[in-house]
Design a protein around this ligand. Structure first.
Ligand code: SF4
Length: 349
């Protein structure tokens, strides 16, 4: 029997394929593992849940995959809501954005700095992640990994079990807490080996590897976010406005005003929730979407917006459509000519 003090480690866990493999590899070395999962407010799954959706088209439930993976491995997982403190990472990233609005280097520094504090709090000796060398262009090459380690105050203390044998030896390996020979030497974007490993390690369920969960890497979301930052002081943006970027069709009307047009029942219901502070337009005589107004429209703007609401309802070919505009207790009835079919493409975000 070993007389070694039990070694504890903290996993940065998304519950995806790679972090699930990392978890299984480290746990199988007799390390006591706790995990943390950060809620940034930009996870696509959270947006689906906010819209009342429970599962995707294939029937896979929208759930917190980190909690599922933790339950599978029987380890404690704490989900930490960092959404408020995380916003400056998105608005002013020191190391810039990736191809969309993803501030990946700053994001990793932010998360690992938070992880370091939790590591110290729970008496863990190191942190590990599911990162794979060369898998993501911004953060998963050696120089970026070293920068992230330094900036998060964890030099030598971040273990990446999937690529460890290709990376400089870390403290947990040097100290013999972890056997480097039992770690992997994976590299690149392919996931075939990870899928085989998942079978061998009996990892069970995991979300589709290429799916990704971060809306900041989605070019459509990024276009809308850029537009928002171009027209608003980022400090004034409310948390729900970030969720709204994932909902409906977005059309910019003026520099101060844009509208969001629901595309289905659940989006319409979600938009209705914000009618106390914002104008909501509907078409009582024709089935159609809910249109939410973001900003303070003039009377002229509101009449113009009513034409968009009419354009997306079943009465779009009628010569005139009645549109009901409401905000809190206030309401107005407008008769308008629907906008034409093809003249809004340029305003569409
Ligand atoms: S993809 Fe999103 S969550 Fe992942 S590192 Fe980049 S910004 Fe952070």
């Amino acid at each position: 029997m070993s007389s070694r003090e039990p070694i504890k480690a903290l996993a940065l866990l998304s519950g995806g394929l790679d972090s699930s493999i990392a978890l299984s590899l480290i746990k199988s070395q007799g390390i006591e593992v706790e995990a943390v999962n950060f809620h940034t407010g930009f996870c696509l799954t959270d947006a689906h849940r906010a819209l009342g959706r429970t599962a995707n088209k294939n029937g896979t439930p929208y759930r917190n995959e980190a909690l599922r993976a933790g339950a599978h491995e029987q380890i404690p997982v704490r989900v930490v809501d960092v959404s408020k403190d995380y916003l400056p990472v998105v608005t002013k990233p020191r190391y810039g954005y990736g191809q969309a609005m993803n501030p990946c280097v700053d994001c990793r520094i932010f998360m690992l700095t938070r992880a370091r504090k939790i590591m110290e709090e729970i008496g863990a000796k190191f942190v590990f992640t599911g990162e794979v060398l060369g898998q993501r262009p911004m953060t998963q090459h050696l120089r970026a990994m070293q920068l992230i380690e330094e900036q998060s105050g964890l030099p030598g203390l971040i273990l990446r079990p999937l690529s460890a044998r290709l990376l400089p030896e870390t403290t947990p390996e040097k100290m013999g807490w972890v056997d480097r020979e039992k770690l992997l030497a994976l590299t690149g974007r392919g996931r075939r080996l990870q899928m085989l490993l998942a079978e061998q390690l009996k990892i069970g369920e995991y979300p589709q590897p290429a799916g990704g969960c971060c809306s900041l890497v989605d070019p459509n979301f990024a276009r809308r976010l850029r537009d928002l930052y171009d027209h608003r002081d980022p400090e004034s943006i409310q948390p729900e406005e970030y969720v709204m970027l994932k909902v409906g069709r977005h059309i910019r009307i003026t520099a101060q005003v844009k509208i969001i047009v629901g595309r289905n029942e659940s989006e319409n219901r979600f938009l209705e929730m914000w009618r106390a502070q914002r104008w909501i337009l509907t078409t009582p005589d024709h089935p159609g979407p809910t249109t939410l107004v973001d900003g303070e429209p003039t009377d002229e703007d509101l009449a113009e917006i009513a034409r968009y609401a009419a354009r997306y309802c079943d009465g779009k070919h009628a010569p005139e459509v009645t549109v009901l505009a409401r905000r809190g207790e206030e309401s107005r009835t407008l008769r308008v000519v629907p906008r034409g079919e093809y003249d809004i493409a340029e305003q569409m975000l």
